[in-house]
Design a protein around this ligand. Structure first.
Ligand SMILES: Cc1cc2nc3c(=O)[nH]c(=O)nc-3n(C[C@H](O)[C@H](O)[C@H](O)COP(=O)(O)OP(=O)(O)OC[C@H]3O[C@@H](n4cnc5c(N)ncnc54)[C@H](O)[C@@H]3O)c2cc1C
Length: 424
């Protein structure tokens, strides 16, 4: 039986681990946190999952909350004026099985809920957990004992041993100051064209200030809304610091909304934090790394998901990408029946993933830099045309659909012309 060691009990690591243990592989997951520590710890993400990654979770037998938590009902996207916060462009769509789009599933399960449950499921299936913080000597040890070592450590330090890919990495500094607040008591989303959305996502951008999005989720105490702040570093909304303490942090969140996102502030008159660890602030440079790690003892390890392809969360793609990477690795392991998991195989697996991920990275970076003429035209055209709105919103599940329209003005003009004629 082939032995696989996975470092990191997160979105990608647990999906590969559960997937492979179900197929009879001997899998060990190394985690620096126990399920109890994860469950009782700080929030890590807003972890909105789109339809394709949800399908992959289902394939691995990991959709464990469908009886207790319904997917989102809709998504809305707004561009706001930096002068007065009024909506310059606003478009939305209803999604999910109750809204006639059973294939358009999106939801968010707090990683503090998801990962412990996945760890328990993995152990029930015969998987082995090892609780320690992996370092370089440990990787050597795992490589000597395993056919394949995967480093799925997210933003963890161990992943930084993977060499930065200078060609694919665009930034050397954080592009946004990030903030998260998990809250209860928020009013629903009121869209212009699709009525009230009780459970969903609304995404807002204010040029020169940053972005704010808010989505429904299942957390440890039930349903909540997650406020996600993306502030341009050093800019007027870069004021969130969890060292201020939970109460002051939430007050600062609401102050940012009152100043720059007034329609969102109105939804927050009665909010409270779900728990004191329901806040997070931080910043990191989006970075692409090379997948292969040659270990001092002569073995190899392979980086996956955020460890090698770390995007800013502005497009809400990290967990989705982690699931997509997990699926690529899972398929590639199953297809490699007898041959060794060597360096060529690892590079090929990464290249297969990159075919999907490159568009996500380009789209994400494009929004970080401020949308260019093509993207701006599309965002404005979507205000008056549901087909263009659908086209952009569906791109959240597969950014390849946005190519080349999001970047190429002639292609964007052509698309807008075609979709506008169809409506007229
Ligand atoms: C503010 C914010 C909002 C986000 N919102 C979204 C969103 O809406 N949608 C979306 O798709 N993505 C979102 N993301 C990104 C998403 O959460 C991550 O991209 C995703 O979780 C990455 O999965 P992963 O498997 O690579 O790593 P992770 O899920 O981060 O898991 C890594 C695991 O490895 C463990 N670990 C680290 N080092 C070691 C070590 N040395 N030894 C053992 N264990 C170790 C960690 O404790 C952790 O459990 C957001 C991120 C942030 C910061």
């Amino acid at each position: 039986m082939r032995k696989i060691t996975v470092v990191g009990a997160g979105q990608s690591g647990m999906m590969v681990a559960v997937g492979l243990v179900r197929k009879g592989y001997d899998v060990t997951v190394v985690s620096d946190r126990t399920p109890e520590e994860i469950r009782n710890g700080r929030v890590t993400s807003s972890q909105g999952m789109q339809a394709t990654p949800i399908a992959y979770e289902r394939e691995m037998g990991l959709r464990l909350w469908e009886d207790v938590y319904q997917p989102w009902e809709g998504i809305e996207f707004n561009v706001l004026s930096p002068e007065d916060g009024s909506k310059v462009s606003s478009f939305a769509q209803r999604v999910g099985p109750t809204n006639g789009s059973p294939d358009w599933l999106i939801d968010s399960i707090d990683q503090r809920v998801k990962m412990p449950a996945w760890i328990y499921r993995f152990e029930e299936l015969g998987g082995k957990m090892l609780y320690e913080t992996a370092d370089l000597p440990a990787l050597d040890r795992y490589a000597a004992e395993s056919d394949l070592v995967l480093v799925a450590s997210g933003k963890g330090e161990i992943g930084k041993l993977l060499e930065r890919d200078d060609e694919k990495s665009v930034y050397d500094k954080p592009q946004r100051a990030l903030g998260l607040a998990y809250v209860r008591g928020m009013e629903p989303i009121k869209t212009r064209d699709h009525g009230v959305i009780n459970r969903g996502l609304t995404w807002n951008a204010v040029p020169g200030v940053g972005e704010y999005f808010v989505c429904n989720a299942l957390t440890t105490s039930g349903e909540c809304d997650i406020m996600i702040f993306e502030a341009i570093p050093g800019g007027p909304a870069d004021v969130l610091d969890m060292r201020d303490g939970p109460e002051q942090y939430l007050k600062n969140c609401v102050d940012v909304l009152k100043k720059f996102y007034p329609h969102e502030a109105e939804r927050c008159q009665n909010i409270e934090l779900t728990d004191d660890l329901g806040i997070l602030s931080g910043r990191f440079p989006p970075t692409i790394r090379k997948p292969l790690m040659r270990l001092p003892g002569g073995g190899l390890a392979m980086g996956i998901a955020d460890a090698v392809c770390l995007n800013d969360p502005i497009t809400g793609q990290g967990s989705c990408n982690a699931a997509k990477f997990a699926k690529v690795v899972y398929d590639a392991v199953l297809n490699r029946v007898h041959e060794p998991f060597d360096g060529d195989w690892m590079q090929q697996v990464f290249d297969t993933y990159w075919e999907q991920a490159e568009a996500v990275v380009q789209w994400t970076n494009h929004l970080l830099d401020g949308p260019g003429p093509a993207a701006s035209k599309l965002l404005m055209a979507a205000n008056d045309n549901q087909d263009i709105a659908d086209f952009l919103l569906r791109g959240m599940d597969d950014a390849n659909r946005l190519m080349p329209y999001f970047f190429d003005e002639a292609a964007a003009d052509d698309l807008i012309g075609r979709l506008t004629r169809r409506v007229a």
